[in-house]
Ligand binder design. Structure first.
Ligand SMILES: Cc1ncc(COP(=O)(O)O)c(C=O)c1O
Length: 419
């Protein structure tokens, strides 16, 4: 039989709108330049991603190896997580925040908190539903809602009182009312922090306007100068209205392991478990067993890790202040959210400034505009390099801007230079 291929229209891969609607990846240009520079032999100081560079505790790795050697651990595990791990999470919440959780119905494990958060959006949101999201935003906070076909209203996060007022105003004026409120404190990227009374107010608003709450508490374990990030779940009534995500990626240096948790409202947890029941078979059991050891026995190491980040924060911020930049020292989280100093802020876009630091200074940072328009004028600098490398980064920034200034002034037409 002759093929009738020639009579058919060309075959076409038709990707779903939910994929094609996503915006281009803003960090693509930067990542390409980092790659090209490294291939060319340049030593790039990487302050872009919040990807911890220190290892987990030895005993945790040893437990993983031991558990991996046990043949019983290689089958599919429970997709909500093994009971002992969920108990350990509940126990940590009680010891640290005084929050009582039923490990059977109010805690679930996730393949990293990002997976859990995204699937929670899928479980809660649909066409016509609206979520309130703090801005500048961690991209997943917006795009997980969009992927679930929900709408996003962005509320500026910088001033917490105004943020609360904006929630109330939006709930009063928007019809249909927003369904979901996303919180993230310590906030990525802006490093904004709050105290417990903020969450108390959130619970009141949530009850008044029937607004479900998701708290992304990824930086629960990384805080400085004695500051203790509060848990949303510790506010009275929080468990009636929402859930909180935590992770072992940051404080425990286990980012590649993909261990996250969701705790709180049992109906929301049950909805997430239902979605996950269709999508995954749970976490490798050896990882869950090692995670129990990490949660139970390595709290001192988590606190030490915060001190390491604090030292790095000071090395970076002291250096930038000496260059005349604003002191943007965070109280928590892994990032310095740094306003770009004048005259550079007026001269060029945030993306171009970040590209300049990379191109001429071999220092990679995240341009604030990668976190939405509210991030324009800022850089996010992560504290994943050691203190010496951070001091070196400051020296390279200084030299790069001196050179760029000379070039820039040289290029100005005389009339402009004179004014
Ligand atoms: C605010 C925030 N939430 C969630 C995540 C993802 O954490 P996980 O590794 O648990 O998926 C990150 C990681 O950078 C983050 O910054």
């Amino acid at each position: 039989m002759p093929s009738d291929d020639t009579n058919n229209p060309p075959f076409e891969i038709r990707v779903a709108d939910r994929v094609t609607r996503l915006p281009p990846y803003l960090f693509g240009r930067i990542n390409k330049m980092i790659y090209d520079k490294r291939v060319g032999g340049d030593d790039v100081i990487e302050l872009g991603m919040g990807n911890p560079s220190d290892p987990p505790e030895k005993e945790v790795i040893e437990k993983l190896v031991e558990a991996a050697r046990d043949e019983r651990n290689h089958r599919y595990s429970k997709n909500i997580g093994i009971a002992n791990l969920r108990r350990e999470v509940a126990s940590k919440y009680f010891k640290r925040f005084g929050v009582r959780l039923d490990p059977d119905d109010e805690v679930i494990t996730c393949l990293g908190s990002k997976e859990g958060f995204s699937h929670m959006c899928l479980a809660m949101m649909g066409p016509g539903d609206t979520a309130l999201v703090p801005t500048p935003y961690f991209p997943v906070h917006v795009y997980a809602v969009a992927l679930a076909s929900g709408n996003v209203i962005q509320l500026p996060v910088t001033d917490s009182d105004k943020f609360l007022a904006a929630i109330a105003h939006t709930c009063e004026t928007l019809y249909p009312r927003p369904k979901l409120l996303l919180l993230c404190y310590p906030h990525n990227p802006s490093s904004v922090t709050v105290e417990q009374p903020f969450f108390d107010e959130v619970v009141k608003l949530a009850k008044k306007y029937n607004l479900m709450v998701i708290s992304d508490f990824a930086y629960a374990d990384v805080a400085y100068d004695g500051y203790k990030p509060p848990s949303f779940l510790a506010s009275p009534g929080a468990i009636d209205v929402g859930v909180e995500f935590t992770t072992m990626s940051k404080g425990y240096n286990m980012a590649g392991w993909r261990v996250g948790f969701c705790a709180g409202n049992r109906e929301m947890i049950n909805a997430l478990a239902t979605i996950k029941g269709y999508y995954d078979y749970g976490m490798f059991q050896a990882i869950q067993i090692a995670a129990i050891v990490a949660l139970r026995d390595t709290q001192a190491a988590v606190e030490k890790q915060s001190l390491i980040y604090q030292g790095r924060r000071d090395a970076l911020c002291d250096g930038l202040v000496r260059l005349g930049w604003a002191d943007a020292r965070p109280k928590a989280g892994m990032f310095v959210w740094q306003p770009i100093p004048e005259p550079w802020r007026s001269r060029m876009s945030t993306m171009d400034f970040a590209m300049l630091l990379l191109d001429k200074g071999n220092v990679a940072v995240s341009p604030g505009s990668g976190f939405g328009p509210a991030g324009e004028g800022y850089l996010r600098m992560s504290l994943v390099e050691n203190e010496e490398r951070l001091r070196q980064a400051v020296r390279q920034i200084k030299a790069c801007l001196k050179e760029a200034e000379a070039e820039y002034s040289g290029k100005q037409p005389e009339t402009a230079a004179a004014t």
